[in-house]
Design a binder for this molecule. Structure first.
Ligand code: NAI
Ligand code: F6P
Length: 387
């Protein structure tokens, strides 16, 4: 059994970063290093780095919540390394050690280090997967919730920032004061129009703090939207155990996910971006048609699968998906709604990976992961569907 650590990588019998991680410098600060970021954005960067590209776009992860202390500990112990395992429908597990996260800062311990990292001219993108709740907006009005006690505390004069809003806006304020151009804020959360949402919520916080700063952010900060797709359930102890057994890797926090992955990203990065297109990211002018495609095809199908599967007595999506009857319920959804690949999807030069030609097969795969062992695992309950 080999513990995941830089000096032990050569002993592992799984693919590991072939690039020199000591030569990777930070260009991206990421808030919310959980399962999804590590299965998706960090994986795309790792692929680029494996091709000798984007070595100045390493990731500095930031944890903001007390619950991130555990991730901080794992990141420190494993030097940011972790195992990403793709679970294939035939039972094959495909592991790879990812190396693109080269730093991690735990904000409650050292908020000043986080703010200075944000103010550093080398930081050109600040990305987010802080969950839908992390945007702190009122579900009914859509407005930023200025009454949140943490937000109130961050807005007090001379406050030490503790929220993602306090930290990011202080980082932007220092850049403005120092004449450094602002970074791009790239939300990768599952929210329709996630860029606009980030613009609205960070803008609202900035306006409450300093209207002049808010005007500067409004005029100068780019907030591209994107559509992200890769089902990544919470890592369980069984996953950890099985990864150790199958691959001889002792990893305190590996990530498991489906083989399918897609990222459609609006190409608005004034300070540049990694050459994402080289590893299958679709760079577009307007993400909306892709969001609608996902909502109407993928999410609607999952919903249909859940409702019908539930009525048929299933309680787990992957079980329902094995039933030809409930699985067949997805086909009309797709054939009736799937647009032809056409000018409705401009800029689409790359294709998602891990796909097969058949969408039915996608659902089989996506629904066969994580049999309800963790809170985020899909169940056949008809309640709740996120975009
Ligand atoms: N897991 C999945 O299958 C997919 C997830 N996503 C998006 O990614 C988001 C994160 O998912 P996971 O990484 O799986 O969750 P996770 O629970 O593993 O990680 C979430 C991270 O966000 C941080 N966070 C939560 N609330 C915060 C707040 N108020 N301020 C600052 N940080 C906060 C947490 O501390 C944690 O680091 C989802 O909510 C969704 O928007 C998108 C597609 C697929
Ligand atoms: O937020 P949840 O319920 O974990 O779902 C994660 C996401 O997985 C997807 O189905 C595929 O990425 C999204 O549409 C969904 O929102």
């Amino acid at each position: 059994m080999t513990t995941l650590a830089p000096d032990l990588l050569t002993r592992l019998d799984v693919p590991t970063p072939a690039y020199d991680r000591t030569a990777v410098s930070t260009g991206i600060v990421h808030f919310g290093v959980g399962g999804f970021h590590r299965a998706h954005q960090a994986m795309y960067l790792d692929r680029l780095m494996g091709e000798g590209k984007a070595l100045d776009w390493g990731i500095c992860g930031v944890g903001v919540l007390p619950s991130d202390a555990r991730m901080a500990g794992v990141m420190a112990a494993q030097d940011g390394l972790y195992t990403l395992v793709l679970k294939h429908p035939d039972g094959t597990w495909e592991p790879r050690v990812i190396g693109s996260i080269v730093e991690y800062l735990y904000a409650p311990d050292d908020p000043e280090a986080v703010v200075e990292k944000l103010a550093d001219p080398a930081t050109r993108i600040v990305s987010l997967t802080v969950t839908e709740g992390g945007y702190n907006f009122n579900q009914v009005t859509g407005e930023f919730d200025a009454s949140n006690p943490d937000v109130v505390a961050d807005l007090a004069p001379g406050a030490t920032p503790r929220t993602v809003f306090g930290l990011v806006v202080e980082g932007l304020a220092r850049r403005r004061a120092r004449g450094v151009a602002p970074f791009t804020v790239m939300s990768c959360d599952n929210i329709q129009g996630n860029g606009q949402m980030a613009r609205r919520t960070f803008g609202a916080f900035a306006r409450l703090r300093d209207p002049g700063l808010a005007d500067w952010i409004d005029a100068n900060v780019s907030f591209p939207s994107c559509m992200v797709d890769r089902i990544t359930p919470v890592t369980t102890d069984d996953d950890r155990r099985e990864i150790a057994e199958r691959f001889g890797v002792e990893d305190a926090w590996p990530v498991v996910c489906e083989p399918f992955t897609q990222w459609v990203l609006e190409d608005r990065f004034p300070l540049g971006r990694p050459p994402y297109g080289d590893v299958g990211v679709q760079l577009v002018d307007d993400v909306e048609p892709y969001e609608l495609m996902k909502l109407r095809l993928l999410n609607a199908s999952h919903q249909a699968l859940c409702y019908l599967g539930y009525l048929a007595g299933y309680r787990l999506a992957h079980d329902a998906a094995q039933d030809p009857c409930s699985r067949g319920s997805c086909s009309p959804t797709w054939s009736g709604r799937a647009p032809r690949r056409s000018s409705r999807f401009p800029g689409s030069t790359s294709t998602p990976t891990g796909t097969s030609s058949s969408r039915a097969s996608r659902t089989r795969r996506s629904a066969t992961r994580s049999p309800g062992s963790a809170p985020r695992a899909r169940t056949a309950s008809p309640s709740g569907s996120s975009p």
